[in-house]
Write a protein that binds this ligand. Structure first.
Ligand SMILES: Nc1ncnc2c1ncn2[C@@H]1O[C@H](COP(=O)(O)OP(=O)(O)OP(=O)(O)O)[C@@H](O)[C@H]1O
Ligand SMILES: [Mg+2]
Length: 484
């Protein structure tokens, strides 16, 4: 049953747009490589900032220690004279260090000239909050907005019992900031360039990875029914794609074999139908060559009818096989009494067996039941019995048997006939295959009987085996599952 909406839907449905694998791989590679570089450079930048800060702090602490030494060396323990400004010979990239001494009321006792203009002194409350003898460090901005790092430590008062004084060292970090800004600029440049490089390298890697796939697809696109012998060159391909190429090649092997079978089959069909049609034509031509009596015409028409019946039997069998191949008709399984079905086949073939002087009998099939398609099962057993009778000389016997064990039904048809030579055995299930085409009466047989049996057994999911010895007889065994 076709839905009326189907063609409409097909017309409106647009193929979903997907990114090519190469593009996806490029994007993933570029993004992940860039993210790694970004994190690594960010980490390095942070380490640099941190170590510069600690270096500055250490510098301040050293300066503070020196200043304390000087202070303790001064006889009065006081800064009698103001400190000297920075000497002109000091290198310009050296950070400027400032010093300030405060009493506990936050009054400046002495300081490096110009410090108050840059940094206001701390309040008395801020000084009182300093508990640790190591002091406290602070990052501050000067009045002009410059970055400063300060360290304040408490020192003993000038005389025992007096409140402590405070020494503050401050460092102008403008040079550090300048260095970091410069470093950041370069980092941005490096990150920009690495993003471009990662994308380009990612694209090249992805293209390189996709090249074998393109070559596989070029080869497969070239393959037609006439060039089915072509194969994908698996050597030199990466391991993952070698498996794919070998799978493709395996599929091509099977396709080539099937194509060969199909073309052989069409050849056989044409050949098989040509003979009876030629016969028919010959008979009609002879009949028409001169005036004949009514009886002659009746004979000729009778013979033509026989020929037509044979042709239509072959066509019907071919149609049956084709439909079986494509599983066009569903199996009509039912629970059947196998013994009873064998008895039906036996009684149908009994007259033919009697005429051929062959004893036809059933050995032990009572009570065996299985879920099978009754018509097809009868057809399969009928074909086997007909073969057995046809190939068993007078005085011989044909025996049918069925047994069930472990959910498997085994049906055998054995005869004491002429047997089949070993070289023919593998081919007897092929369509149109007859062991002895020259044998008298063999033109009446199409060579399709065993092919039909095999196809019926396959449709039931079973197996067929044939065992034969020339001069001693043939046994065909069907193994089917008892339930569907
Ligand atoms: N029981 C048997 N004993 C000896 N030969 C057999 C036996 N069954 C089949 N064969 C051989 O196998 C060939 C194929 O058998 P199959 O039933 O497929 O074709 P057929 O009997 O020749 O023709 P059809 O069955 O289409 O009328 C036969 O031609 C015959 O030579
Ligand atoms: Mg046959």
């Amino acid at each position: 049953m076709f839905s009326s909406r189907a063609p409409e839907a097909a017309a409106t449905a647009r193929p979903r747009r997907t990114l090519s694998i190469a593009l996806r791989m490029t994007a993933w590679y570029a993004l992940s490589a860039f993210a790694l570089i970004f994190v690594a450079t960010g980490l390095l930048y942070w380490v640099l900032v941190d170590s510069m800060y600690h270096e500055d702090l250490r510098d301040l602490a050293d300066n503070l220690t020196n200043a304390r030494l000087l202070l303790s060396a001064s006889p009065s323990g006081q800064f009698a004279r103001p400190l000297q400004p920075r000497p002109s010979w000091a290198p310009s990239h050296q950070p400027e260090i400032y010093l300030r001494v405060l009493d506990s009321a936050a009054r400046t006792l002495t300081e490096t000239p110009g410090l108050s203009a840059q940094l206001p002194p701390p309040s008395a409350a801020e000084l009182a909050a300093i508990q640790s003898p190591q002091g406290v460090s602070r990052e501050m901005s000067s009045r002009s907005g410059g970055p400063f790092l300060t360290l304040i430590v408490p020192i003993a008062g000038p005389r025992p019992g007096e409140p402590p004084q405070y020494m503050e060292v401050a460092m102008d970090r403008a040079h550090d900031e300048y260095l970091l800004a410069h470093y950041r600029e370069r980092l941005y440049l490096v990150l920009g360039v690495s993003l471009v490089l990662c994308s380009a390298v990612g694209y090249l890697i992805a293209r390189g990875g996709m090249r074998p796939i393109e070559s596989i697809s070029r080869t497969t696109a070239r393959i037609r029914a006439t060039t089915l012998h072509e194969r994908i060159a698996a050597e030199g391909l990466p391991a993952e794609l070698r498996g794919l190429a070998e799978t493709f090649n395996g599929m091509l092997d099977r396709l080539e074999q099937s194509f060969r079978h199909v073309s052989q089959f069409s050849d056989d069909v044409a050949h098989e139908l040509r003979t009876p049609i030629n016969n028919l034509r010959g008979e009609i031509e002879v009949a028409l060559s001169k005036a004949r009596s009514e009886d002659d015409y009746r004979d000729i028409l009778g013979s033509c009818l026989e020929e037509c019946a044979r042709i239509s039997r072959v066509i019907a069998t071919l149609l049956f096989l084709a439909r079986s191949d494509t599983a066009a008709d569903a199996l009509r399984r039912e629970n059947i009494d196998v013994g009873e079905e064998l008895a039906n086949v036996e009684s149908f073939y009994e007259p033919a067996a009697a005429e051929a002087g062959v004893a036809l009998r059933i050995a032990g099939a009572k009570g065996v039941r299985a879920e099978l398609d009754r018509t097809l099962f009868q057809q399969a057993i009928g074909n086997l019995v007909s073969n057995a009778i046809a190939h068993t000389p007078k005085g011989g016997s044909v025996e049918l048997a069925a047994a069930e064990a472990a959910g498997r039904l085994t049906v055998t048809v054995s005869d004491t006939g002429c047997g089949i030579a070993a070289e023919h055995l593998p081919r007897v299930f092929e369509r149109f295959y007859r062991v002895d085409r020259a044998r008298a009466g063999s033109e009446q047989n199409a060579g399709l009987g065993l092919a039909v049996v095999k196809s019926i057994v396959n449709r039931h999911g079973g197996q067929i085996e044939i065992d034969s010895a020339v001069g001693r007889g043939t046994t065909v065994k069907l193994v089917l599952s008892v339930s569907a």
